[in-house]
Ligand binder design. Structure first.
Ligand SMILES: Nc1ncnc2c1ncn2[C@@H]1O[C@H](COP(=O)(O)OP(=O)(O)OP(=O)(O)O)[C@@H](O)[C@H]1O
Ligand SMILES: [Mg+2]
Length: 257
């Protein structure tokens, strides 16, 4: 967040603390959802300088917009929940009435840590939420609620073409969202072969090298709800006792020489 950028013809420089930054060997981007625009601008600068990056700008943008992510996954025949996107909240209300029904899930396109993800149970709640997001001009998507797996999700941590760790996240009492940041707890699990293959293929489809893949076990099979390009390490390292940071560094040493 403290870098100034210079472009001058072919000359790209990153200025930090009033000094031109020495060219790094590689960049591991960790970009929070509130800093997507600035973070990817800095990352693009490094890419233009020819610095290798673990996850590139395009792959990060593919995953950051939740609907774009689902479009790309669907195109690769990866199962996802039925999802609508509308630019117009009035249309969205009609979609709920005519197609989706209750309960359904509403998500901000760029939400994170469970914020901006709501379970809507009836017309009254729908009206309230559409009004709220209508005035803030936020982009939203509507999604089928996977009730049979409510309050849980499976997080698969992918590095390169391997799942290096996996856990089940279980929501705090009364919440349907299992994010650790919302009081959810992790439990070590073993993925099915199908889930493992699906997670690896999703990461590859988006062009990422490292990601956290969120999977719901629906009654019609596993489906991916989200791919995270800056996945947290603390929760999953504590739960699985696997040193994921080391796995990432090993992967980089083997693949970016
Ligand atoms: N369609 C769904 N059906 C049932 N539960 C869902 C559904 N979508 C999301 N959830 C629950 O809500 C949680 C948060 O949703 P999601 O992962 O899409 O957004 P997020 O966690 O806010 O984003 P990020 O992972 O980038 O922080 C999920 O982990 C899951 O427990
Ligand atoms: Mg999530």
């Amino acid at each position: 967040m403290e870098c100034d950028l210079l472009v001058d013809g072919n000359d790209y420089k990153v200025i930090f603390n009033n000094e031109v930054l020495i060219r790094p060997d590689l960049v591991i981007p960790r970009i929070g959802s509130s800093a997507t625009a600035y973070g990817t601008t800095v990352l693009r600068h490094f890419q233009e300088m020819g610095v290798p990056v673990l996850n590139n700008v395009n792959s990060i943008l593919n995953s950051r917009d939740k609907f774009r992510c689902l479009q790309l996954l669907a195109a690769a025949d990866i199962p996802i929940p039925v999802t609508y996107f509308s630019n117009d909240l009035h249309h969205a209300e009609k979609l709920v009435e005519r197609k989706l029904g209750y309960p359904f899930i509403i998500k901000l396109l760029e939400g994170t840590q469970g914020e901006g993800v709501h379970l809507i149970k009836n017309e009254l709640e729908a009206h309230e939420i559409f009004n709220r997001y209508g005035s803030s001009k936020k982009k939203i998507l509507l999604q089928k609620f996977i009730a049979e797996f409510s309050g849980r999700d499976v997080r698969a941590f992918v590095v390169g073409d391997k799942v290096v760790a996996a856990m089940m996240r279980i929501a705090a009492q009364g919440d349907f969202r299992s994010n650790i940041h919302r009081g959810g707890r992790g439990e070590k699990i073993v993925l099915s072969e199908e889930e493992r293959e699906m997670a690896i293929r999703a990461v590859k489809t988006l062009g990422l090298k490292m990601a956290g893949v969120d999977i719901l076990r629906s009654k019609s099979g596993a489906m991916i709800i989200e791919v995270n390009s800056s996945p947290g390490l603390e929760g999953i390292e504590t739960t699985t006792k696997i040193k994921i940071a080391e796995e990432i560094i090993h992967f980089i040493e083997e693949n970016f020489r």
